[in-house]
Design a protein around this ligand. Structure first.
Ligand code: ATP
Length: 237
C-alpha cells in the first residue's frame, strides 16, 4: 500500500527566497511523524504547501498514492487531509459549536453529530461552553478548538502546526496525550513542533529541518538520544 503522505524533492519559494529547498519525506498509515527545527526552518511552509495554500515551485506531493500538488485546498480537505494551523485561526464571534461545524462543511454523510460528540468527549471544556463565542477562550482552549475543528472533517491524515505554542505545561501535556489518543483511534498525524522534546517523545519518526533542508531523520526515540539533536534542540551543552 502507498504511504499516507509522500513528499518528493519539494521546493517552495516566496518570490526569490526559497523557504523549502528540496525536501523528501514520508508519513506511513497510522504513524505520528514530526518535523522539528528552529524558527524559519520551513516547517509551516511545508504544511501550508501540502494543504494547497502555498504553491509548489518544484517537486511532488502524494496523498494516499494520488498526486495533490496543484489540487485546490478545499478538494485536499475533502480527500481527507486536515490542517490545524499555527495561530489557531478560529472565528472569534462564532460559538464553539459553529466553529466545529465549519470543519465539517464539506461532508455530506450522517456521522457529523457522532463526530461532534467525539470531539466533546476528547475536550470536555468545549462541550461545557459550546454556545459561547470562541473569542472569549484562552489560548489553550482555542488550540483545542482548532484541533477539534480539524477533526470534524474526519481526516485520514491530520497535520498539526505547533499545537503546544503558548500553552502552559499542563495544557501542553493534555494536548500531547490527545494526539496520542487520536493515533490510537487510527488517525495518521504529521506534527510540527518547536518543542522538540515533547514531539519526539510522541512521534514514531522525525525529521530535522534546518533552513529549508532535512538534515537528519530517524525514529523519535533515536532522535531524542542523538547528541546533535540534544545540543541544538533540547537545550543541552
Ligand atoms: P516558525 O516556527 O517560526 O513558524 P517555520 O519553520 O515554520 O518557522 P516558515 O514559517 O515556514 O518556518 O518560514 C520559512 C521561511 O520562509 C522564513 O525565512 C520565513 O521568513 C519565510 N516566509 C514564511 N512565510 C512567508 C511569506 N508569506 N512571505 C515571504 N517569506 C515568508
Amino acid at each position: 500500500m502507498s504511504a499516507a503522505l509522500e513528499v518528493r524533492d519539494l521546493v517552495v519559494a516566496y518570490g526569490k527566497i526559497r523557504a523549502v529547498k528540496g525536501i523528501s519525506f514520508t508519513v506511513n498509515h497510522g504513524e505520528i511523524v514530526t518535523l522539528i527545527g528552529t524558527n524559519g526552518a520551513g516547517k509551516t511552509t511545508t504544511l501550508r504547501t501540502i494543504s494547497g495554500l502555498v504553491p509548489v515551485e518544484s517537486g511532488e506531493i502524494y496523498f494516499q498514492g494520488e498526486r495533490i500538488d496543484g489540487v485546490p485546498a478545499h478538494q485536499i480537505v475533502e480527500r481527507g487531509l486536515a490542517h490545524a494551523p499555527e495561530g489557531r485561526r478560529i472565528f472569534p464571534r462564532m460559538t464553539v459549536e459553529e466553529n466545529l461545524l465549519l470543519g465539517a462543511y464539506s461532508r455530506r454523510d450522517s456521522g457529523i453529530s457522532t463526530d461532534l460528540e467525539r470531539v466533546y468527549t476528547l475536550f470536555p471544556v468545549l462541550a461545557e461552553r459550546r454556545r459561547q463565542a470562541a473569542g472569549t477562550f484562552s489560548g489553550g482552549e482555542q488550540q483545542m478548538l482548532a484541533i477539534g475543528r480539524a477533526l470534524m472533517s474526519r481526516p485520514k491524515l491530520l497535520m498539526l502546526d505547533e499545537p503546544s505554542m503558548g500553552l502552559s505545561p499542563m495544557m501542553m501535556r493534555r494536548i500531547m496525550s490527545t494526539i496520542r489518543e487520536l493515533k490510537e483511534q487510527g488517525t495518521t498525524i504529521l506534527l510540527v513542533e518547536q518543542n522538540a522534546q515533547a514531539a519526539l517523545e510522541l512521534a514514531d519518526r522525525g525529521y530535522v529541518l534546518e533552513v529549508g533542508r532535512i538534515v537528519l531523520s530517524d525514529t523519535g526515540h533515536n532522535l531524542l538520544g542523538n547528541e546533535q539533536v540534544r545540543k541544538a534542540y533540547l537545550g543541552e551543552d
